[in-house]
Write a protein that binds this ligand. Structure first.
Ligand code: 5GP
Length: 191
C-alpha cells in the first residue's frame, strides 16, 4: 500500500506553509484539495487550494457519500476530504498529503493506519498563535476568537500524533518535517 502524509495543527501554526514546502521538495506528493463552504481568500484558487462549495452543494456531497471525512470546523463552515481526491492522486501513482483539522485527521488515521505518517505542528504558545493570526489579517475580531478557541481545543490532540514539531522558526520546522518524511520512507540521507 502507498504511504501518505497527514499534517494537523491549529490554524496559524504554520502547517500549511510546511505542507507547501514539502510539496516543493517531494514531486511524488500531491495535496488533497478539500471541499469547503468558507469564503475564498484573495490569494486562493478554486480547485487548487479548496473546492469552494455552497452549503447546499456540500450537503449534496454528504448525502452522496462523497467524503472520507467531513467536519464543521467552525460554526457554519464545513470542510471535507473527498474520496475522489484520493482516487485522483493514487491514479497518478503519487502519495497524498492531507492538511485537515485534528478531528478529520483522526478519521483519516483510522483509514490508512501504519501507511500514514502523522505530524502535529504547533506554535510555541497560544499567545504566539494569536500574534500570527493577527499578522495574517484574514480574520475579523469574531472569527479570530473562534479560531483561537478552536486552537486551544486542537492543542489537546497532540498526543494522538506520531510526531510533533514545535514551529518557533518556519525554516527549522520545514527541515524537521522533511527529515520525518525521509525517515518514514526509509530514504533518510543523514543515516
Ligand atoms: P482554513 O480556513 O484556515 O483554510 O482551514 C481551517 C481548518 O480547516 C484548518 O485546520 C484546516 O486544516 C482544516 N481543514 C481543511 N480541509 C479540511 C478537510 O478536508 N477536513 C477537515 N476535517 N478539516 C479541514
Amino acid at each position: 500500500m502507498r504511504k501518505h502524509f497527514l499534517f494537523c495543527g491549529p490554524s496559524g501554526s504554520g502547517k500549511t506553509s510546511v505542507v507547501h514546502y514539502l510539496l516543493a521538495q517531494f514531486p511524488f506528493m500531491r495535496f488533497s484539495v478539500s471541499a469547503t463552504t468558507r469564503t475564498k481568500r484573495h490569494n486562493e484558487v478554486d480547485g487548487q487550494d479548496y473546492y469552494f462549495l455552497s452549503v447546499e452543494e456540500f450537503q449534496k456531497k454528504i448525502d452522496e457519500g462523497a467524503f472520507i471525512e467531513w467536519e464543521q470546523v467552525y460554526e457554519g463552515r464545513y470542510y471535507g476530504t473527498l474520496h475522489s481526491e484520493i482516487e485522483r492522486i493514487e491514479a497518478m501513482n503519487c502519495s497524498v498529503i492531507f492538511d485537515v483539522d485534528v478531528e478529520g485527521g483522526m478519521t483519516i488515521k483510522k483509514c490508512f493506519g501504519d501507511n500514514l505518517l502523522t505530524v502535529f505542528i504547533r506554535p510555541p504558545s497560544v499567545d504566539d498563535l494569536r500574534q500570527r493570526l493577527i499578522a495574517r489579517s484574514t480574520e475579523t475580531a469574531e472569527s479570530l476568537k473562534k479560531r483561537l478557541d478552536k486552537s486551544v481545543f486542537e492543542l489537546g490532540f497532540e498526543k494522538h500524533f506520531d510526531n510533533v514539531i514545535v514551529n518557533s522558526d518556519l525554516e527549522e520546522a520545514c527541515k524537521k518535517a522533511k527529515l520525518l518524511v525521509e525517515k518514514f520512507l526509509g530514504t533518510d540521507s543523514s543515516k
